[in-house]
Design a protein around this ligand. Structure first.
Ligand code: TYD
Ligand code: MG
Length: 457
């Protein structure tokens, strides 16, 4: 038997060291090493590979029947959509998000609908049974059959799950659970990693679907980030502004479905309600067009959504500021440079602020054109015409590159009654298509062309 040995694991890169160091020798991060138990059994035993284990049969891929996973729908449509159709038996789902965003609320609602047909277990390390009951009452689920366990010991949780054999088990949250095998405190990377590994093994060996709740740290990553994401099958993140009532649930990783799919919810007095048609919720309704506003058609997973992009350009001090909310700031600096260099639109001595309305976070480059048009509109103090939409990626050479699934974006805009669209040339529909009825489409392939055309409107 190899003796139990503790190692130190970097919570940034997962690198290991036999003693504690201030700086990770692998990735150079400071103060990132955390105690963990060594999983290695010591020096390799030669005999391990010599005739002790029997060889296993190997099959050719074509001879294996591909069967789709049986899905257990939660009947919360927006949640099923991000899960790729529902939960999978033995699957492990990690749901991350800021405190107070609605993780516990959503999972309690989901467990309630699941408990009508299946056995479920809600393990809470954060709240007592009475607190959960109070939440259930608030959600109008007084008669719910969801079974609750308030416990933080991993060993006791696993024993209970094995005895209860629920179909779905929620662990709220993984950061509060601790294993007796480790000396470090609950929430430390070593504990989170150890507990998640045991719960994953439990899911795979018993077929229980395990849903782990994870808190996000100040830096915006799940505590013990990389290690957890690798272990589980599906990673969902809650996004959104706690000040607005809308919440997005986004799939970051999904072994059983598409990634980048989103579910849209609204937080109401009685819990989270799915928003079936999210297209128009991020649009600010101005009675008259205002300067500095441009509607973007963005694509989230398979869904087109219309989002208002706002810009404000104002005289700045000696070192003008560039700030963005919901959009990437580096990309903003790049767009300002492109518009100056290629289109002669200069904001050099001005403060520039941009914002994606409604607390959405837009990462796709197809937002570039709308950002530039909003900035130009604010700079000139001239609004864009009513019913105007845009999308397209801007390159460093001043070219406008196509965005994926342009036709679907245009279809959504036409459906919502938009009248004028500016799009990359490669995304323009070939002929006048009845699907885009009422929408005039103007195709451009250079930044200067786009900005000067808009000035003529
Ligand atoms: P919660 O699910 O406890 O968040 P998390 O588990 O992610 O930390 O979310 C609680 C917040 O949602 C809290 O601020 C109150 C609000 N809320 C409602 O607005 N309506 C409701 O019906 C419930 C249950 C909570
Ligand atoms: Mg909670």
């Amino acid at each position: 038997m190899a003796k139990d040995k503790n190692i130190y694991v970097c919570n940034a890169c997962g690198g290991t060291s036999s003693k504690w160091l201030g700086k990770c020798p692998d990735c150079g991060a400071w103060n990132s090493l955390q105690e963990s138990v060594a999983t290695d059994t010591g020096a390799p035993n030669k005999n391990r590979f010599q005739g002790l284990a029997t060889p296993q049969p190997v099959a050719s891929l074509s001879s294996i029947e591909a069967s789709d996973f049986a899905r257990l729908a939660t009947t919360i449509d927006e949640l099923d959509r991000v899960l790729g159709g529902g939960l999978v038996d033995g699957g492990v789902v990690l749901i991350g998000g800021d405190p107070g965003i609605g993780k516990s609320t959503l999972l309690l609602q989901a467990l309630h609908t699941l408990s009508l047909q299946n056995k479920t277990l809600y393990v809470s390390g954060e709240e007592s049974g009475a607190q959960i009951a109070m939440r259930a009452r608030r959600l109008g689920l007084d008669q719910t059959q969801v079974r609750v366990l308030a416990e933080i010991s991993l060993e006791r949780i696993i024993a209970t799950v094995q005895a209860e054999q629920p179909r779905v088990c929620v662990i709220d949250s993984i950061q509060t659970i601790y294993s007796e095998a480790l000396t470090s405190a609950p929430g430390s990377v070593a504990q989170v990693r150890e507990c998640a590994a045991h719960l994953t093994r439990l899911a795979k060996s018993t077929g229980v679907t395990v849903i782990l709740v994870g808190h996000v740290t100040k830096e915006g990553t799940l505590a013990g980030p990389r290690v957890l994401e690798h272990m589980v099958d599906t990673v969902l993140y809650f996004e959104g502004d706690t000040h607005s009532s809308f919440r997005l649930v986004r799939a970051i990783k999904n072994r059983f479905g598409a990634v980048n799919e989103i579910g849209v919810f609204a937080m109401t007095e009685r819990g989270l309600k799915g928003v079936a048609n999210p297209s128009a919720i991020f649009l600010n309704q101005h009675p008259q067009p205002v300067p500095g506003s441009c509607v973007l058609i963005t694509l989230e997973g398979t869904r087109p959504m219309l989002v208002e992009i706002q810009a404000l350009v104002d005289a700045g001090g000696p070192s003008p500021r560039r700030l963005s909310v919901g959009l990437e700031r580096d990309r903003l600096a790049m767009l300002l440079a492109v518009s100056h260099r290629h289109a002669g639109v200069s904001c050099g001595d001005q403060d520039v602020f941009v914002n994606a309305v409604g607390g959405v976070r837009i990462t796709e480059p197809a937002a570039d054109l709308a950002v530039l048009l909003a900035i130009q509109s604010s700079l000139r103090a001239k609004p864009l015409p009513k019913g105007f939409v845009a999308f397209g990626e801007v390159g460093l050479a001043g070219e406008i590159r196509p965005a994926p699934r342009g036709q679907e974006r245009l279809k959504e805009a036409a459906k919502l009654g938009f009248e004028l669209a500016i799009v990359p040339k490669a995304n323009a529909p070939k002929k006048s298509d009845p699907q885009f009825k009422g929408l005039t489409i103007h195709a451009v392939d250079r930044v200067e062309e786009a900005l000067s055309w808009v000035r003529t409107l």
